[in-house]
Design a binder for this molecule. Structure first.
Ligand code: SAT
Ligand code: MN
Length: 584
């Protein structure tokens, strides 16, 4: 096998080598031994710490630079010829100007460093939606994380070989595979840029090694660039989990779930059912937790694949009673968690009641009780295959048929526990105004709502108003379109306490959704969509009184009148000229 048979790959990598001047070039091929070597070298270089082999086999801890702990939205750009193509929700720069600026900052920055070349696929290699990319980076941490989060194996390399490609002469020329150029530089936030060039199928990211800024197959390729292609080609690249639900005596039904961050998307994807449900034979299978690519099949049905190969999740709140904890017992890279020196393991908020006494915080300093912050955006990265309840359809190149799409935000009132959209268009409208209440005490906007359409505000690579239209167009082509639902797990009572317990108990709402899909039950009509009758939500074994249930299933039209005003001004900012009938 020789990937260099592909002329565009060979010429591009050569050019990058000339400009960045590394001491050595290392081609990754997915070989287990090679990855072990990389980890070993990272340990020697102090980039990774090997954790307790007996308790957490093949697990490592990494600490980031202290100013490189999150996605940098203000430094993220869509670089296309016309500003209006990026739309009002994206930062924009002219492609040549951005490219020159980044090259000037980063050229020669691989000097005395190794350059890792990572050929990867997003989506199963046999899938019609599969996309190929090559990431080049000087960070061994980023290279190792890429081997977890993307598909990297001999099948992928064969696909590169079989492409008939010519030389890549100009670095802004387009190629059929995505060029992902990453340089750590000196992690300087003032010179940090994450630039997307949709016309060139190219991503250029410098001065950050953080997940979404540096693992360029993820948000950059699989959402921002892919959403642009999807708009042109008639499919969907979405910020959604994919979950299969098995009910007793029935086939597994698959649904997509779309919740803005902090609303429990990963918990939903890896839902742990209450005992009363598992005893009756209910099962939940995870296909994906973050990014879904959806395509209309030859029968006019929507099918979804998970674009990724692993999970890059937040650790906070994970404890031994969650299903997620089963995925991260081995083969996991932890970033910015606490290091428990007593047994060389890791710790984060919520893992157990007390912070371990003898431990280092995320910066590697000895933890002292008076220090509040001990971890920073603590994360895990692990291959999907590590999760015991991964769906057997995970590698299915055709994907799974989607019967429902569930959108949900965090609202203390207004939005009922669950509402079924009246039709596709109404569902798209509801998703376009998806919103969460800002609860973080550090944010000066506390109490206000943040609108995050389709939870894609940070990830749609083109004009958001065109994105809504694209969703409407896809709906027109579907036969038996998935039903669209809106959920709200966060409604509060008069004492400001959240009424619904959430987590595994959400199966009770999913049950109603499946009953609606199967036409088993009736519903109430309302302005916001079809609502459940109280009797159709199973509350057996729950501590929920009738008053609370009524509140959860009630739609307040007075509040909605106020909301409509907000939506109008939001649409004005986005230049959305459709959906007028819903906000009259
Ligand atoms: O880095 S990711 O974008 O994958 C996760 C996050 O920070 O939201
Ligand atoms: Mn995400």
């Amino acid at each position: 096998m020789n990937i260099l048979k592909n002329k565009s790959v060979a010429s591009w990598v050569n050019k990058i080598k000339e400009i960045f001047d590394p001491s050595e070039v290392i081609w990754l091929n997915g070989d287990v031994k090679q990855i072990e070597n990389l980890k070993e070298n990272a340990v020697k270089g102090g980039i990774l710490f090997r954790l307790n082999e007996g308790i957490m086999p093949n697990c490592f801890l990494h600490r980031s630079s202290i100013n490189d702990v999150a996605r940098s939205e203000s430094r993220t750009f869509v670089c296309c010829d016309k500003h209006e193509d990026a739309g009002p929700t994206n930062n924009w720069q002219k492609p040549h100007e951005a490219f020159e600026k980044l090259i000037n900052i980063s050229k020669n920055s691989y000097r005395n460093r190794k350059m890792y070349v990572i050929p990867f696929a997003m989506g199963p290699p046999g899938s019609p939606l599969c996309k190929l990319g090559i990431q080049v980076t000087d960070s061994v941490y980023v290279a190792i994380m890429m081997t977890i989060m993307t598909r990297l194996n001999s099948q992928v390399i064969k696909k590169f070989e079989s492409l008939e490609e010519t030389m890549c002469n100009d670095l802004l020329e387009t190629t059929s595979w995505t060029r992902c150029l990453h340089a750590s530089c000196d992690n300087d936030p003032e010179n940090r840029y994450i630039c997307h060039f949709p016309q060139s199928n190219f991503i250029f990211s410098i001065n950050s090694n953080y997940g979404g800024n540096a693992l360029l197959g993820k948000k950059c390729l699989a959402l921002r660039l892919a959403s642009v292609s999807a708009n042109k080609e008639g499919w969907l690249a979405e910020h959604m989990a994919i979950v299969g639900i098995k009910r007793p005596g029935k086939e597994i039904k698959y649904m997509c779930a779309c919740f803005p961050s902090g609303c429990g998307k990963t918990d939903f994807a890896m839902m742990k059912l209450p005992k009363s449900y598992t005893e009756r034979g209910y099962e939940v299978w995870c296909v994906g937790d973050d990014i879904a690519w959806l395509k209309i099949d030859s029968n006019g049905r929507l099918r979804a694949i998970n674009a990724e190969n692993g999970f890059f999740g937040a650790c906070s709140g994970i404890n031994k009673d969650t299903n997620i904890s089963l995925a991260i017992k081995k083969n996991t890279i932890f970033t910015n968690v606490m290091h428990n020196l007593a047994d060389n393991t890791v710790w984060w908020d919520g893992l157990s009641k007390d912070v371990p006494e003898n431990s280092l915080n995320w910066k590697g300093e000895h933890w002292e009780k008076q220090l509040e912050t001990n971890q920073k955006n603590a994360r895990f990265a692990v291959s999907a295959k590590n999760y015991p309840y991964l769906s057997k359809e995970f590698d299915n190149p055709e994907g799974v048929v989607i019967d429902a799409i569930i959108f949900g935000g965090k609202r203390k009132n207004l939005m009922p526990l669950v509402a079924e959209s009246k039709d596709w268009e109404h569902g798209v409208f509801m998703a376009s105004v998806l919103s969460t209440e800002i609860t973080s005490a550090v944010d000066s906007n506390v109490g206000k709502t943040r609108r995050d359409p389709f939870s894609m505000l940070s990830f749609c690579g083109y004009n958001m108003a065109d994105y809504f239209k694209h969703w409407l167009n896809v709906g027109k082509k579907l036969v038996n379109a998935p039903k669209i639902f809106h959920v709200n797990w966060f409604m509060q009572d008069e004492k400001d306490e959240i009424i619904w317990p959430g987590f595994g108990e959400n199966i009770r709402v999913v049950d109603w959704i499946l009953d609606r899909i199967e036409n088993n039950i009736d519903c109430k009509d309302s302005l916001i969509g079809f609502l459940p009758y109280e009797k159709d939500i199973n509350t057996k074994g729950m501590n929920l009184n009738e008053k609370h249930l009524n509140k959860l299933l009630f739609f307040d039209e007075e509040l909605w009148d106020k909301e409509k005003k907000e939506i109008k001004s939001f649409y004005d900012k986005l230049n959305v000229g459709i959906f007028g009938k819903y906000i009259k």
